[in-house]
Design a protein around this ligand. Structure first.
Ligand code: FES
Length: 100
């Protein structure tokens, strides 16, 4: 595992998510009650969840409104035992880092 710088500090607005391509992964990082990284692609039909509406810890996929917990990656509806991979995120003096 290595830490990679993905963005400048302050470049993910509070209460929002942004998607980043890091190596061969697409990771959504949310700035909501701290920073949280999860796989950016919905398991339903490959929707991009980073621009989804946030309600507390829950993000809604914009395509068909499936819901994920941004802290655990867990899918909250429709299918049991589906969890997106989570990633550690750190804000350092020189930027936002994710561990991949
Ligand atoms: S692609 Fe995410 S809910 Fe359908």
């Amino acid at each position: 595992m290595v830490w990679k710088k993905v963005a400048k500090k302050g470049s993910i607005a509070a209460g929002k998510g942004r998607e980043f391509s890091i190596d061969d992964k697409k990771i959504a990082i949310f700035n909501q009650d701290g920073y949280h990284g999860i796989d950016a692609i919905c398991v339903h039909q490959d929707g991009h969840i980073a621009p989804g509406k946030l309600d507390g810890d829950i993000v809604e996929c914009p395509l068909h409104l499936w819901h994920y917990n941004i802290k655990t990656g867990k899918l909250m509806d429709y299918l049991k035992d589906v969890t997106l991979q989570t990633y550690k995120v750190e804000v350092r003096d020189d930027g936002i880092y994710v561990e991949v």
